[in-house]
Design a protein around this ligand. Sequence first.
Ligand SMILES: Cc1ncc(COP(=O)(O)O)c(C=O)c1O
Length: 394
Amino acid sequence: MSKPHLQTVLQHIGQANFDEKTGAAPVAMPAMRTSTVRFKSLAHLEQATQNLQQGGRSVVYGRSGMDTHRALEDVFCELENGVKSYLVPSGMASISLGILSFAQSGDHVLVSDSAYAPVRALDAWFLKRMGIEVTYCEPTVAAFKAALQPNTKVLYLESPGSLLMQMLDVPALAAFAREHGLISIADNTWGSGLQYQPLTLGMDVSVIAATKYISGHSDFLMGAVVTNREDLIPAIHECHYALGYSVSADDVWLALRGVRTMPIRMRESGLNALKVCEALNAWPEVERIFHPAWPKDPGHQLWLRDANGSNGILSFSLNTDRARAVRFVDQLNLFGIGFSWGGFESLVQLVEAGSLSHHSYWQDQQMPLIRLHVGLEQVDDLITDLEQAWAQSA
Ligand SMILES: Cc1ncc(COP(=O)(O)O)c(C=O)c1O
């Protein structure tokens, strides 16, 4: 039988093993809540410890997780086409684990300027104090090349980038990183492995906020770091252990439940988002729409080449003043005003100009930018809501 599609694999992976005596197994992996593990004898403990030290999967202490965690780690490897994954308590923690695993004092890190803004907080509050220097670049090979230093160690990027969904030429950037001996790390929250696979496109490490589409229900925070390079596993392993990243079994259980329906949720949100793009495109005040699946998005060709699908996140700029944009957002009924995305619900955010000032991709400098997460509501109702709010805000 040929390898089933990822959507099929996601329905079968991460199930509990059959009980040797009864031959039965629960379909849903139970949440194994425990802070520690007890052993029948010291010999069993020693065997487990040795296996763990040799890269095996024994459990000796709760912090590194039990079978529930192992099941989700398998899911992330499958999604990202990786060989090993590590769970962490948030998407931001996956970014810190990714970078701290490979950058040391005296190193230099290149970061795409459209990456999730809190990366800059990690830099300001932590990397600087460790003596790690960061340069933010327009995410092109030419700009990264110009910023390269003899001590550059890591290339970090996010594709599509935050807020403007800027598609990057990841295969070219990954090849550049390899040519210069850099460890390349991609934030793949947008694709969550299903719609986009940076490791397959040549990157070394993928970091994901499972808080978004993996969860799908806006009810927990989590992240994962995945690699397909065996030689990089020890560095991630040591850093994960030393910094004490740990995730609750209940949250892992929610993630396992969420991921089963991720394909249909992402597809439905993506179809809804395209219909919203069409509706917005008819408004004279909408200057530009940022959504890579939208044919007029400048990244559309890269999206067609490199992605398998899309999702519900989009932004649009308005050729009006900010006050009108504020009135519009306040008049919306079905879009909750709030951060985040990837859940069942629609959300809206008026993006502060300050959070875009460092994006080389942002050309509509003076215009308000609105980001929507288009959820799983009936799309006609969402469009009606957008239109009534726009009319009321005039
Ligand atoms: C692209 C991206 N990466 C990472 C994160 C961080 O995820 P978390 O909120 O789980 O820390 C977010 C959150 O919005 C995000 O949008």
